[in-house]
Design a protein around this ligand. Structure first.
Ligand code: FES
Length: 227
């Protein structure tokens, strides 16, 4: 009877192994032997080509030098490209030749008679040029500048006494004063009643400062360049 039970247990174990093999799994733990299934170690399923003939014959140092060379070259090319881009951008932002030409204005003074005003346009603003008489120069120099709101000698305002060059913009709120008008025989701003003398200095009214003197220079041939 015991022998029959042993044979039945052995047959049950063999059946379990066969079932596990059919399901492609390992035999349960506790079995005396594990059965590894579906593994064909004898057959090579992945064939890797031999690339050894493409391998560099040189050493590491040569490869490293080549890498450094490539990195350096790429950096240099990138730098030159960035430099060119920035240079082009700045060139586009700078003033063009026609704009620069308008920055300066040349005036022929020989066309302005003594005792007369001329108004020209410079950078969008009026510029007064007065050919002053000897009496007007004396009058400008006779003023006690300590009494002025914006003390300035006439010599500080005119490079040559006979020529007075000023921006025609009231220093109060920017109106354009009228020439040969006002209480001091110079310029008068009708907007709020500012009076400037024959040197363009503020003498009365709300304007805080004298009329501004622009940059200018005298040139050959009785010409002046403003700007
Ligand atoms: S703007 Fe000339 S007095 Fe006001």
């Amino acid at each position: 009877m015991a022998s029959l039970a042993a044979r039945m247990a052995s047959a049950s174990l063999n059946r379990s192994v066969r079932v596990a093999a059919a399901r492609n799994v390992l035999a349960p733990a506790g079995l005396a032997a594990q059965v590894r299934l579906n593994h064909n170690s004898a057959r090579e399923t992945t064939n890797i080509p031999d690339f050894s003939k493409y391998k560099s014959g040189s050493g590491d140092a040569t490869n490293r030098a080549f890498s450094y060379f490539m990195v350096g070259t790429t950096g240099a090319v990138s730098f030159l490209g960035a430099k060119t881009t920035v240079a082009d951008f700045l060139a586009n932002m700078s003033a063009s030749a026609d704009v620069l030409a308008l920055a300066k204005v040349e005036v022929d003074l020989s066309t302005i008679p003594e005792g007369r005003n001329v108004t020209i346009k410079w950078r969008g603003k009026p510029v007064f040029i007065r050919h002053r008489t000897a009496d007007e120069i004396d009058e400008a120099n006779a003023v006690n500048i300590t009494e002025l709101r914006d003390p300035q000698n006439d010599a500080e305002r005119a490079q040559k006494p006979e020529w007075l060059v000023m921006l025609g913009v009231c220093t109060h709120l920017g109106c354009v004063p009228i020439g040969e008008a006002g209480d001091y025989g110079g310029w008068y701003c009708p907007c709020h009643g500012s009076h400037y003398d024959i040197s363009g200095r503020i003498r009365k009214g709300p304007a805080p400062l004298n009329l501004e003197i622009p940059a200018y220079s005298f040139e050959e041939g009785n010409k002046i360049i403003i700007g």
